[in-house]
Design a protein around this ligand. Structure first.
Ligand code: MG
Ligand code: MG
Length: 251
């Protein structure tokens, strides 16, 4: 069932989204060679819990053990923070974070460079961000979920990259994962119709190489099958009468 949020609920999600955005910015400023993903996780959890009523969405969700998902290089999503995972110069790390506030969630992700990255790696990050922006622009009342996926896919594939298909964006609200599913591929005018009051997480996962994925033995970390680099950018977006509104922003 697709749930429609009231204006008040959307404001609460925007408040959660502001904490999400500030958490991502804080973690982004802290990313450097030699820091561990557990260090980043601790920073994020402390910051989120410093806001009255706010909790990390991920901790305990499907038994996930941490506040952040931290996915390095060929890891696409769902990497588990660890004191054994040290970031190195020229790595990229995808940080995914959700915040629960007053009964509602917000969800965002970004991929950050560690130190100096190669130009081809920087291009992957830029194109994935561009794909997210193209998807968000389609989150308009009267459009369909397929318009979002089509826009994301076109940006990624025109750049020569591939789109992960097994993992998708989602509705979000009182439950972290709600309907509809929001694939990063698709055809215009297909799929559920978008109406004002829907809130969805749009989250392209784009690989430099092939689209095939596999899950590691930890049962969480999803990696590219060919070992190529992958990037992930995500916003929680409200469909409004005035067009898409990004809720996971600090401004
Ligand atoms: Mg997320
Ligand atoms: Mg999400």
């Amino acid at each position: 069932m697709i749930t429609i949020k009231s204006p008040r609920e959307i404001e609460t999600m925007a408040a959660a989204g502001r904490i999400v955005a500030e958490t991502l910015a804080l973690v982004g400023r802290s990313i450097r060679p030699d820091i561990t993903t557990e260090d980043l996780d601790r920073l994020a959890e402390t910051f989120i819990r410093s806001h009255p009523g706010a909790q990390p969405s991920f901790k305990g969700l499907y038994d996930f053990p941490a506040t952040l998902c931290t996915s390095i290089n060929q890891e696409i999503v769902h990497g588990i923070p660890s004191h054994k995972r040290v970031l190195h110069d020229a790595d990229i790390v995808s940080i995914d974070v959700g915040v629960w506030l007053e009964g509602l969630h917000a969800d965002s992700a970004a991929t950050f460079p560690v130190g100096d990255i190669r130009p081809e790696t920087a291009r992957l990050l830029a194109v994935t961000q561009e794909a997210l922006a193209a998807g968000v622009a389609q989150a308009r009342a009267g459009n369909h979920v397929g318009d979002i996926g089509h826009a994301v896919q076109r940006v990624a594939e025109q750049a020569g990259y591939s789109v992960v298909r097994e993992l998708v964006g989602h509705g979000i609200g009182a439950a972290f994962h709600e309907e509809p599913q929001v694939p990063n591929y698709g055809k215009p005018k297909r799929g559920p119709r978008l109406v004002a009051g829907m809130t969805i997480a749009i989250e392209p996962m784009i690989n430099i190489g092939g689209s095939a994925i596999r899950t590691l033995d930890d049962k969480w970390t999803v990696v590219t099958q060919d070992g190529s680099l992958s990037a992930h950018f995500e916003h929680t977006v409200a469909v409004t009468d005035n067009g898409p509104r990004i809720l996971t922003t600090a401004s």
